[in-house]
Design a protein around this ligand. Structure first.
Ligand code: ADP
Ligand code: MG
Length: 270
């Protein structure tokens, strides 16, 4: 194998790395939630991180976006190591985090929530254009623009949370379990829009999910996380076809129960 030629070939096929995480460790007090995770996200792709409840997916995203500080490791983004950076700074560098459980401002209107998403920007015209762009992707939000966000359905709140993220004009969006608590039809609808945002707006997406099937259907590449570690990495197509992934996730789907106890009974990959 010609070692020297390899990086060039890879760059052509897969694009450049926009986010690179090396040996990350994060704690809650004495509890080690991320145990030396490393992964790469290529520009323009949808990369998913799959894992059961408690695997560390949310902690991983919080550490990347600066909501939590890591104990060890590096997070290379925009030409620098952003590990431990202030969340504000991370947003200014073009990375937005759409948190688990939507977390919209319930008493503010849809419109006001969207404006909050643009807090780092001073280009009023661009902000107004992007608000219309969000309404284009999520027409229901346009209909409800004067309505308090707390009165929206779960699916609409998820759309608003994604829309609010878009208002920062991100290069990369970290999406934490957008499917949680939504009907399969709504999940499909939202994931189709995520895919369109990726293709049409060029937003790189890092999507963490328990719902492996829908995530792998939209993703280019995937990682499997277990107890704070990355245990598998492959193209989304190959993960979808993998017996291990099928076996594990079919079990979860059959039981429709996603608790820690259930997970402990399932096979692991280590
Ligand atoms: N605020 C917290 N305090 C203490 N432990 C936490 C806290 N949040 C999460 N954990 C623990 O960290 C681990 C990873 O959790 P989390 O990142 O939320 O996983 P996931 O998003 O994959 O469900 C779990 O063992 C969880 O119990
Ligand atoms: Mg989570």
């Amino acid at each position: 194998m010609n070692v020297n030629a390899q990086p060039t070939a890879q760059a052509v096929v897969e694009g450049k790395t926009i986010l690179s995480i090396k040996n990350l460790e994060s704690y809650y007090g004495p509890i080690m939630a991320i145990r030396g995770a490393s992964l790469d996200v290529r520009e323009g792709q949808i990369v998913t991180v799959l894992g059961a409840n408690g695997a560390g997916k949310t902690t991983l995203l919080k550490t990347i976006s600066g909501v939590m500080d890591p104990e060890k490791g590096q997070i290379f983004y925009a030409g620098q190591n952003i590990a431990g950076a202030n969340p504000d700074k991370v947003v200014r560098l073009g990375m937005v985090h759409v948190p688990e459980g939507r977390e919209v401002f319930p008493l503010l209107t849809v419109e006001e929530n969207l404006k909050m998403g643009a807090f780092t920007r001073s280009d009023a015209d661009g902000v107004a254009r992007d608000e219309e762009m969000v309404y284009g992707y999520f027409p229901i939000l346009a209909e409800r623009r004067k309505q308090a966000a707390g009165t929206l359905s779960g699916g609409q709140q998820q759309m608003l949370a994604i829309g609010r993220g878009l208002m920062a004009k991100p290069k990369i969006m970290l999406l934490d379990e957008p499917s949680l608590g939504l009907s399969p039809i709504l999940v499909k609808e939202i994931f189709q829009i995520v895919r369109r945002l990726n293709k049409e707006q060029g937003v790189t997406i890092m999507l963490v999910e328990q719902n492996a099937k829908v995530a792998l259907e939209v993703a280019d590449y995937g990682y499997v996380m277990e107890l704070g570690r990355i245990v598998m990495a492959d193209t989304a197509d190959r993960l979808l076809a993998s017996k291990d992934v099928q076996e594990f996730y079919l079990g979860v789907v059959e039981e429709t129960q996603r608790g820690q106890k259930r997970w402990k009974q399932k096979k692991t990959w280590r």
